[in-house]
Write a protein that binds this ligand. Structure first.
Ligand SMILES: Cc1cc2nc3c(=O)[nH]c(=O)nc-3n(C[C@H](O)[C@H](O)[C@H](O)COP(=O)(O)OP(=O)(O)OC[C@H]3O[C@@H](n4cnc5c(N)ncnc54)[C@H](O)[C@@H]3O)c2cc1C
Length: 413
């Protein structure tokens, strides 16, 4: 078979593409998904830390336990460069750590149950518009060479190639953090209930380092940085960081992965005639933490619904599909914008200023406030609450001016 016609074509078999396909098929559309790799979930380039609330919103409250590596997370331990530790926590489980390969494979099973046809080894190399339809050309490995479809959802992930072919923007390459993550065994002194986050410009410039426990002595240990090689930064963190080295320096590396996170926030436009863009390819990812599964997934579900509705009404116009963007912008634009500012602001602080920030945050009252109001998927609430705290004012005023000057000179990320 070298040509195929479908009602909805989805490019990319990551979570965003899979959620979009599931939702389109659920709403009655013939949906085909194209994934360039030889299988879904081939590489696990993610920590798989997902909020319970987010999973519920994605309709995944009954995630099979075999893919859940840790279901005990109640909070985070945030470390300043010198080791001031702020613990923020809820009274019950707030997040699960999942095996991202198994998670993607689970989504692909759900998609197939809904009737989605998944084509692996199927890299989409180019797209063209032809008579109110989209024509996809596929790469050498694919038995299908061309696909024609009135509706297309693009979910290529962090470095999309197809967005620009139809005149849509891509996440800015200049605003990306590079990451390396190890799965380590023999890790000491970790607590299954807490994710550890190390905000330290010396070890992780432009982002942070993390230890995410998956058993009493195993953890996902990773680091994001705006410069490379991140493997070198991660080894430096493991062997030299004053706190982390006592937990990690005698641990063994079981698995290694690397990836990139676009932290420049959402792209300017995510739809055009016949086409919508979802997930990392649309910059639907939190610039503060790099979490993209929940937000990208929620937007993708809406894109799938809109595509199905467009088919039913025979209206594939940009005007009609703009409802997709209206939805996701209403849900997350202000949050993503604030998270981007927070990320840029944090990156503008030097070690001394970060220490001061941690000192200010580490009073009992503030820790309680952050624990109570903090929400990993909706961070604007806590940011506003803290900004209203008068004791922050002199610090924010001083560092804020410096931040504004740096932002003007584009020297923040
Ligand atoms: C180290 C690291 C840790 C992370 N930790 C977390 C976390 O704890 N929690 C969280 O929520 N998020 C996390 N993220 C972010 C998360 O991984 C992404 O936001 C998420 O995977 C985005 O999903 P996506 O479907 O948009 O893209 P992807 O998962 O990148 O999927 C895109 C898919 O499209 C395929 N593809 C690309 N181009 C084509 C093409 N032309 N034709 C066919 N197929 C194509 C790719 O092979 C890939 O399978 C992390 C990221 C990194 C790098």
């Amino acid at each position: 078979m070298s040509s195929l016609d479908t009602e909805i074509a989805v490019v990319g078999g990551g979570p965003a593409g899979l959620f979009a396909a599931i939702s389109a098929a659920k709403n009655g559309s013939v949906t085909h998904l194209y994934e360039s790799k030889s299988c879904i979930g081939k590489y696990e380039h993610c920590s798989g830390l997902l909020s319970i609330d987010g999973l519920n919103r994605l309709g995944l409250s009954d995630l099979p336990q075999e893919m859940v590596q840790n279901c005990s997370i109640i909070g985070s331990r945030l470390f300043s460069p010198s080791g001031i530790n702020i613990t923020v926590q809820k009274s019950s489980t707030t997040a699960w750590v999942v095996d991202r390969s198994k998670f993607n494979q689970h989504l692909s099973r759900l998609a197939e149950e809904k009737g989605v046809v998944i084509h692996t080894n199927s890299k989409v190399t180019s797209i063209k518009r032809d008579n109110n339809k989209i024509k996809l050309s596929l790469g050498k490995k694919s038995p299908i060479k061309n696909v024609t479809s009135p509706l297309l959802i693009l979910a290529e992930g962090r470095f999309p190639h197809l967005n620009q072919q139809i005149g849509l923007p891509s996440p800015s390459y200049g605003e990306v953090v590079f990451t390396t993550q190890y799965i380590m065994s023999g890790v000491k002194n970790i607590d299954l209930k807490y994710v550890e986050v190390y905000q330290t410009p010396e070890f992780a410039p432009g982002f942070f380092a993390w230890i995410i426990p998956i058993s009493e002595d195993e953890a996902k240990v990773g680091l994001g940085s705006r410069s490379r090689p991140t493997g070198k930064y991660l080894r430096h963190f493991i062997t030299k960081h004053p706190i982390a080295k006592h937990k990690l320096s005698s641990a063994s590396i079981e698995k290694q992965m690397s990836g990139a996170i676009p932290i420049g926030s959402f792209i300017r436009k995510t739809y055009t005639d016949n086409i919508m863009v979802v997930g990392d390819a649309a910059g639907q990812i939190k610039p503060t933490t790099g979490g993209g599964v929940i937000l990208g997934g929620l937007a993708a579900i809406k894109a799938g619904e809109m595509a199905a509705e467009a088919l039913q009404t025979g209206n594939y116009s940009a005007r009609f599909l703009s409802n997709y963007e209206k939805y996701w912008k209403k849900e997350m634009r202000s949050n993503l914008t604030i998270m981007k500012l927070v990320r840029q602001y944090l990156n503008s602080l030097n070690e001394k200023e970060l220490e001061r920030l941690f000192e200010l945050l580490s009073t009992q009252k503030r820790k309680e406030k952050i624990s109570k109001i903090g929400d990993v998927d909706n961070q604007k609430k806590i940011v506003f609450k803290l900004l209203l705290d008068l004791r922050f004012l002199p610090f924010v005023a001083k560092t804020g001016v410096k931040f504004l000057i740096k932002t003007k000179r584009k020297k923040v990320i």
